[in-house]
Design a protein around this ligand. Structure first.
Ligand code: SF4
Ligand code: SF4
Length: 316
């Protein structure tokens, strides 16, 4: 990364390389995310349909809410367990252990790593974003920033009143997973609904505004250890990262410069911003290695807005 500059440097923008190696480098995180998402589904599918085993027991039995690895390691969705708590039904010790293991893993990796690296809906919403970009679709209406946290609270409240884990019944994530692993059916209608909503009504409407599971992982992600580091000295405020980022309100240059990283728990660590940054100002790192830019020293550009950048947004 380059040394601090007292004066703004010329703004360069991302250009897709012409070589295959260059393209693969740009798409490396996207390819890795698709491989992880596909691998999770294949493990469930292979266990359910082809009887895959590991040293005797089923390899990965269950679903995204509750599963067992190799017949020994329980895995559970902590948000599903929270909803069961709300119903005041008893939760088995094994489910609690499974939820604890999953919680610990995502606390380390970044809560919303689930959203961009594991959740099968991510493929649907990424496709919707490409469609709306191609057709230049505009948002039909806006949704307040904290809406998904209200939906999270609503899911818990409905669970308490109805006595069932409410979101698990209507979750398009669970439905898509069920349809892929156990066979296509009516569940795909809600998945289609999310696609149409994201493509033609609101950019990143489901994952970025409404999904209560995303809200839950955003809260966990606030303390996550794997973060996107930001180097203020080399950033020219070209804004290409803002255009690539699927999450509203996550990239804030002033705050990122102050902390040396993107701190928002709503960042999914998808690395789309890293792939397009022409200055290599962004990279995945551990929270402990993030270096805040020395804002009070000569050369500090925190707060600097490049006049050529329409995408620059000052700290709100
Ligand atoms: S961090 Fe964002 S604004 Fe800064 S140079 Fe990279 S892509 Fe451009
Ligand atoms: S800031 Fe970067 S890693 Fe985080 S959600 Fe946006 S594009 Fe993905």
């Amino acid at each position: 990364m380059s040394a601090p500059a007292d004066t703004p440097r010329p703004v360069r923008h991302f250009e897709m390389p012409s070589s295959l190696a260059g393209k693969l480098r740009v798409y490396r995180f996207a390819i890795a995310r698709r491989l992880v998402q596909a691998s999770v589904l294949v493990l469930f599918f292979g266990t359910a349909h082809w009887g895959w085993k590991l040293l005797g027991p089923p390899l990965l039995a269950g679903n995204l809410s509750a599963a067992k690895l190799a017949g020994a390691v329980p895995l559970a969705d902590p948000f599903a367990i929270l909803q069961v708590f709300a119903t005041r039904h008893a939760v088995a010790g094994e489910a609690l252990l499974g939820a604890g293991l999953v919680l610990a893993a995502y606390f380390l990796l970044g809560g919303r790593v689930f959203c961009s690296w594991v959740c099968p809906m991510n493929v649907v919403t990424d496709a919707a974003r490409r469609v709306r970009a191609r057709l230049a679709v505009r948002d039909v209406f806006a949704i307040p920033p904290g809406a998904r946290y209200a939906v999270l609270g609503l899911a818990l409240a409905v669970s308490a009143v109805a006595g069932v884990a409410a979101f698990e019944w209507i979750s398009p994530i669970a439905m898509l997973h069920r349809e892929i692993v156990y066979g296509a059916g009516l569940g795909l209608t809600s998945v289609l609904g999310v696609f149409l909503f994201d493509a033609f009504v609101l950019r990143n409407g489901w994952c970025g505004h409404l999904c209560p599971l995303g809200a839950f992982w955003s809260l966990v992600g606030r303390g996550a250890q794997v973060r996107v580091a930001f180097d203020d000295a080399s950033c020219t405020r070209c804004g290409d990262c803002l255009k690539a980022c699927p999450e509203p309100r996550v990239l804030n240059f002033n705050e990122a410069a102050r902390h040396g990283m993107i701190r928002s728990g709503e960042c999914t660590n998808c690395a789309a911003c890293i792939a397009v940054c022409p200055e290599s100002s962004l990279r995945l790192t551990l929270r402990a290695s993030a270096r805040p830019y020395p804002v009070h020293e000569p050369g500090s550009r925190t707060g600097f807005a490049c006049a050529e950048s329409p995408a620059f947004r000052p700290k709100e």
